[in-house]
Design a protein around this ligand. Sequence first.
Ligand code: NDP
Ligand code: X2W
Length: 347
Amino acid sequence: MTFTVAVSGASGYAGGELLRLLADHPEFEVRTVTAHANAGQPLSAVQPHLRGYTHLTLKETSTETLAGHDVVFLALPHGASGAIAAELGDDTLVIDCGADHRLESEQDWADFYGGDFHGTWEYGVPELPRMSGTQRTRLAKTRRIAAPGCNASTVALSLAPGIRAGVIEDRDIVSVLAVGPSGAGRALKAHLLGSEILGSANPYAVGGTHRHIPEIQQALRWAGAAEPTISFTPTIVPMSRGILATSTARIVPGTDAATVRAAWEDAYAGEQFVQLLPDGQFPRTADVLGANTALLGLAVDEAAGRVVVVAAVDNLVKGTAGAAIQSANIALGLAEATGLPVNGVAP
Ligand SMILES: NC(=O)C1=CN([C@@H]2O[C@H](COP(=O)(O)OP(=O)(O)OC[C@H]3O[C@@H](n4cnc5c(N)ncnc54)[C@H](OP(=O)(O)O)[C@@H]3O)[C@@H](O)[C@H]2O)C=CC1
Ligand SMILES: CC(=O)N[C@@H](CCC(=O)OP(=O)(O)O)C(=O)O
């Protein structure tokens, strides 16, 4: 069976990556692409690397242009998708790549985003621990999916197994990230000008202000954390895409190194898209570019009493578009890996 697909925000980075991946998906047929300022342009004029879609023109983003498809991917700025999604039919599978439907707490939404709260959808990271199983089970039953924040899912995947197994503490978690500027989207922003970021590493959202903090805490609560606290510091580095997140947490006293490592090995043993590297190996962002893969390396720092998890993710693939398609596959009952690359592009 072929599912008809609309991609909104198709002129942006996340929308473009959705289209790149969907071109190789055997069960999806992209019929409609929509944009905002670029509506009316041929898609190929705005996304010249997408040669498989030269027949498509960008339409206005509206309920009318998006209705009538089996699957709708929304890749719009925060706040733009809630009203549109509310008008789409209950049978339509809607995947929102923005933050509008990620958070369970309306207070967190007000504190970190503001504006209307549009309710909570199933979180599009299938591998995360949830209750006695994983988030995958919940995705299989839904028609509304909130794709993750790229930094948030990278850190949540890094730490959730240790919380679930009770081998790390949920207080005093520290995550420091090197991130590429494509995570901020295509719209021009002064602090992301090439002249500002080429040849420099620029920290931002320092001191507990980043919007992904409540999203990480929420995922760690699903894994069993009571009151997780996290110090989260991202830094923009000169690579167009990619996240390298280094997260450390206190090991529960008395837990030996083998038991710590086994928590992550057990959690991800059957996973195709989240892989723990052998002891002593750590990932580079170059290893996951273009792939729907989160690669993790883990060390036990016995002197510090902490576990150190280094995770590499392509923010536009496993961090957004790949996670969205993986979750859509599950919701539609397709093989989870359909159309998704596990191999990266290197060098
Ligand atoms: N970039 C990333 O790595 C990640 C992005 N996301 C999320 O995905 C969403 C899209 O991000 P990204 O692609 O990076 O952003 P971009 O700025 O690259 O693209 C935004 C898209 O939304 C369209 N748009 C802008 N304003 C409106 C509006 N008022 N109504 C309808 N459409 C509008 C733009 O159209 P036009 O250009 O024609 O004006 C464009 O197609 C965001 O919510 C973002 O937070 C999530 C995880 C990671
Ligand atoms: C470089 C940069 O600014 N990156 C973005 C990543 C945003 C993202 O993952 O998307 P959402 O905005 O949908 O949460 C950030 O850190 O906010």
